[in-house]
Design a protein around this ligand. Structure first.
Ligand code: SF4
Ligand code: SF4
Length: 255
């Protein structure tokens, strides 16, 4: 529900209905959801080979994807944290973004000054099981004259770790751990300590791979909740127990 449900169900419903509302008032509106599956670039921003072409010279490819978090920042919803997640005063890191492109002229909200929410506590870096967020290297961009910086994300490391997997060199595999996924570029893919599954579960709605459960995001939520700066508050703390992990070196008593 948190991943596929939002991306393929709730975001489209919201942006379509809001677009209809805008069009009922006489302005064109284009609903724009999460387009990762169609975009012309890969996870690292490189143009996908033999995927699409501009309709004529000098034009962009048709599958341009608006950077949703940058759009969220420019719409004045919040700031981009060190984790590269959009953080808002209401929910911290807990939201996904849908966009509507419209010709209606809207009064803009003020942009949020970087550092308003993210205090560089680095909990997101520490709790990532794949060490995918660098604590040293950063990415800097200038948005509407404001310098915005986040930690460099190793998309390949995240792509393995978030599925609950880890790589072992083919020649170092002693067969103790089950094969979690098909081999990848000379590596065996095994379950990591954050997965209780022998095989990666099947995808739902094209997603359902987030065994990691976005530990970066949860670490951020715990931190911001402790600071008491989020407007959306719960009766009980979000985290009440230590993070669990699976020790795959101990035999499973059910087998
Ligand atoms: S989603 Fe998981 S693996 Fe990816 S950066 Fe966040 S904590 Fe790390
Ligand atoms: S966990 Fe800390 S450093 Fe990371 S985005 Fe949240 S507030 Fe910023």
């Amino acid at each position: 529900m948190g991943y596929g449900g939002l991306t393929y169900l709730y975001i489209p419903m919201v942006v379509i209905n809001l677009s209809k509302f805008i069009e009922d008032h006489g302005f064109e509106a284009i609903p724009y959801g999460h387009q990762s599956d169609w975009r012309a670039i890969d996870n690292e921003g490189n143009i996908k080979n033999k995927y699409s072409r501009p309709v004529s010279q000098g034009k962009v490819r048709p599958d341009v994807m608006v950077h949703l978090r940058i759009a969220g920042f420019l719409a004045g919803l919040g700031e981009i944290g060190y984790s590269k997640l959009l953080l808002t005063p209401e929910f911290g890191p807990r939201q996904r973004i849908g966009i509507i492109i419209t010709e209606a002229e809207l009064e803009p909200d003020p942009l949020m000054k970087p550092g308003t929410i993210c205090d560089r506590c680095m909990a997101c870096v520490r709790e990532c099981p794949g060490n995918a967020i660098s604590d040293k290297e950063t990415v800097k961009v200038k948005l509407a004259g404001i310098e915005v910086e986040w930690g460099k994300l190793d998309c390949k490391a995240c792509n393995i770790a978030f599925k609950g997997a880890k790589l072992i060199k083919q020649e170092e595999d002693d067969g103790t751990l089950p094969d979690y996924m098909d081999p990848l570029n000379g590596y065996r893919v095994k379950p990591s300590s954050i997965s209780p599954f022998y095989k990666k579960p099947k995808n739902l709605y094209n997603t359902g791979q987030a065994i990691c459960g976005a530990r970066c995001m949860r670490a951020c939520m715990v931190h911001l909740e402790k600071k008491g700066i989020l407007k959306n508050k719960f009766q009980k703390p979000f985290r009440t127990k230590p993070l669990w992990s699976v020790d795959w070196s101990i035999p499973d008593s059910n087998h």
